[in-house]
Design a protein around this ligand. Sequence first.
Ligand code: ATP
Length: 234
Amino acid sequence: MLLEISGITSHYGRIQALRGIDVEVREGELVALVGANGAGKTTLLRGISGVQPLTAGTIKFDGKDITRMPADARVALGIAQVPEGRQVFGPMSVEDNLRLGAYRRKGDDVEADMKRMYDMFPILFKKRELPAGTLSGGQQQMLAIARALMSHPRLLLLDEPSMGLAPLLVQEIFDAVVALKEAGTTIFLVEQNAYAALAIADRGYVLETGSVVMSDSGKTLLADERIKEAYLGL
Ligand code: ATP
């Protein structure tokens, strides 16, 4: 088990955003967490990366209790988050944004990794000298993911990568996520786009007002009548 979350709660003042969450991610898995606006998805991710204080529960990473570990130490352990809204460095070139992702590593094989990223996202190679801020939303999302991968994460946390993207680009991003999984990356994907996320996930969790209300294989959840009605608009 790579990530083991047990009974975590989190509050914003008197508002309880997480109400006792249990989530597990095994090495090599692609796990999706879906839920409506305000369900607590971002709060959970921020709890895993260590920027959101928890009020109860434990988080273990690779068997080690990281519940009280500062965020930067979690990054050093190999937990990389791609935040919602991408947040690339606009004035810096695409290439420099990618290099930043490798800043914790010594000179070793950074160039080889850049090439790997460019092979995965050829548009980034084409635009490598341009300021990242000139990229389209979908391209910035690709850059944000590629930048996170440059740190060789053991666990990649993706916060709503499809947000604000046209359907064709959503497909492209999710194809890239599948390719990453097939290359062996462990991924925890948080999405409002339940259909796209569950369709590619090994397993999924459904979050409602701070609680996990269902969990099963992606396929089973996709076929579930309650999910279809509540999240897929079918
Ligand atoms: P979204 O898709 O909009 O990001 P979400 O599922 O990620 O939604 P969260 O952002 O985690 O949901 O929010 C969970 C709950 O916590 C919501 O009820 C939200 O109103 C509340 N909340 C989030 N951030 C704050 C904050 N800074 N102060 C107070 N309440 C907050």
